[in-house]
Design a protein around this ligand. Structure first.
Ligand code: 5AD
Ligand code: SF4
Length: 454
């Protein structure tokens, strides 16, 4: 009988993809994925440590799992991802209910480590090395097809993530990622193209290329012809048959150049949607963050980009309450938001992170000030997002269908807006993966609603 692995994922798309990879690897060792921790033989917690709040959620779940293991002793519990990398052996020492700790670049060792636990060769397992080579072995993509049915039935098959690089070399002063994911390494081009081809052949319609800093693909540890520049990678992926939409995340403004901007005009499958984290509208704060650009330089790039692709939907990330952030500096962030008018943004209260330089910076901002700044920023963003969405009223939007029910469905526009649609009486229900046209009848700040057109 199949064993059950329950994988709980925290954090970013990178972690979602890592969880998928772990599921695929374990499929080979006779595991199927299950939703209930209570019925699982193995529970893997794929952790995130980007902000204090994310890490606290991980510890609270690990506390609940201690109680579960006390009741059901034959469960194995593993901690993977960024908290595992950061805390390493401390987890094993402090949490006797954890059997296995696997760092961000050791996930493909999972089956071997489990075998060694099962055979009794190890009583508990720890694997934390950060490799100087791309961590996902080239055979990885081959695991997809055979496990797709067994392990991934519930995931929408139309949209997938593909890793193109790992790690980060930027050392923004607030950020833990260079320490948890190691140095930047680009994945060989042939592996990326082969994985995308395989996915497209399986019916996947939309691919998001993933990396901490995708637009520096090929710049570090580059071994031509194994890797190329990011715009050339985009061009090569865009030619793959069957692919209808291409996205990428995340980019660093300092590495955004004209060649990449032009891809948005030249490549039909590349969606006019761009996540370009700005973090702050104050050049002084950006300097303290070690971001490598000023607010003015960011605004210039946005103008250039909109000159090339006027309908591009921009999304961003903001941090409020960075150490020493004055009210005036925060107002500069509001002004930048007013001037760029992002379609959407993620915004966070600054939190200290282990090893990050800003943790030692003076003039930390009080929690209530951070909270107040966050809500001012978010209410301005909501107004702007609502205006963008209201502009689409009575217009037609192309939607990639992700879910269908009786007489209704859900999908996303190329600008990444969530669109709910209903059918007219005589229309045939589309299938997941179809591109349909929807006439917008209702606009909210976070989604659109409308009627499917024949
Ligand atoms: N505190 C708050 N937000 C942070 N981010 C990264 N590190 C921190 C931190 N220490 C945010 C940034 C980044 C996003 C993924 O998380 O906005 O772009
Ligand atoms: Fe969280 Fe960053 Fe690690 Fe992703 S890379 S899981 S966001 S800490």
């Amino acid at each position: 009988m199949d064993k059950i692995v329950h994988i709980k994922t925290f954090g970013c798309q990178m972690n979602e993809r890592d969880s998928e990879i772990m599921g695929q690897l374990l499929g080979r060792s006779g595991y199927v994925r299950g939703d209930e921790p209570e019925t699982a033989d193995l529970i893997l917690v794929n952790t995130c440590s980007i902000r204090d709040k994310a890490e606290q959620k991980v510890y609270s779940l690990l506390g609940q799992l201690r109680d579960l293991k006390a009741k059901k002793n034959n469960i194995r519990i593993g901690v993977c991802g960024c908290v595992a990398q950061q805390e390493g052996r401390k987890i094993i020492e402090r949490m006797p209910h954890v059997d296995l700790v696997v760092g961000t670049q050791q996930l493909y060792q999972l089956p071997v480590l489990l075998d060694r636990l099962e055979s009794g060769e190890l009583s508990r397992a720890v694997a934390l090395d950060l490799n100087p080579v791309f961590a996902i072995p080239p055979f990885q993509h081959l695991l997809r097809e055979e496990n797709l049915q067994k392990n991934e039935k519930k995931h929408t098959p139309v949209q997938r993530y593909v890793n193109i690089m790992q790690g980060c070399n930027n050392f923004c002063s607030y950020c833990v990622v260079p320490y948890t994911r190691g140095r930047e390494i680009s994945r060989p081009l042939a592996d990326i193209l082969e994985e995308v081809r395989l996915l497209a052949a399986q019916g996947v319609r939309e691919i998001t290329l993933l990396g901490q800093n995708v637009n520096s693909y090929g710049k570090t540890n580059a071994v031509a012809p194994q890797v190329t520049s990011f715009p050339d990678l985009l061009r090569a992926v865009a030619e793959i048959e069957g692919l209808k939409r291409l996205r990428f995340t995340t980019s660093h403004p300092k590495d955004l150049d004209l060649t990449l901007m032009r891809c948005f005009a030249e490549l039909e499958v590349l969606c006019p949607h761009f996540h370009l984290p700005v973090q702050s509208g104050s050049s002084a704060v950006l300097a303290r963050m070690n971001r490598g650009y000023t607010a003015e330089a960011y605004l210039d790039k946005v103008e250039q980009l909109r000159g090339i692709r006027p309908d591009i939907a921009l999304a961003t990330d903001f941090i409020v309450g960075f150490p020493g952030e004055t009210e005036e500096e925060f107002v500069e962030t509001l002004q930048l938001l007013e001037s760029v008018r992002f379609h959407s943004s993620f915004s966070f209260k600054y939190s200290d992170r282990p090893q990050a330089r800003a943790t030692a910076f003076p003039d930390k901002i009080a929690e209530e000030v951070k909270g107040e700044r966050l809500s001012r920023l978010q209410s301005l963003q909501n107004e702007i997002s609502l205006q963008w969405n209201t502009n689409l009223m009575h217009k037609e939007v192309e939607v990639l269908v992700e879910q269908v029910q009786t007489q209704a469905g859900r999908g996303r526009s190329s600008a990444n807006q969530v669109v709910y649609f209903h059918l007219q009486a005589d229309q045939a229900l589309p299938v997941v993966g179809d591109l349909v046209r929807v006439q917008i009848e209702h606009a909210g700040p976070h989604s659109l609603r409308g009627a499917m057109l024949s």
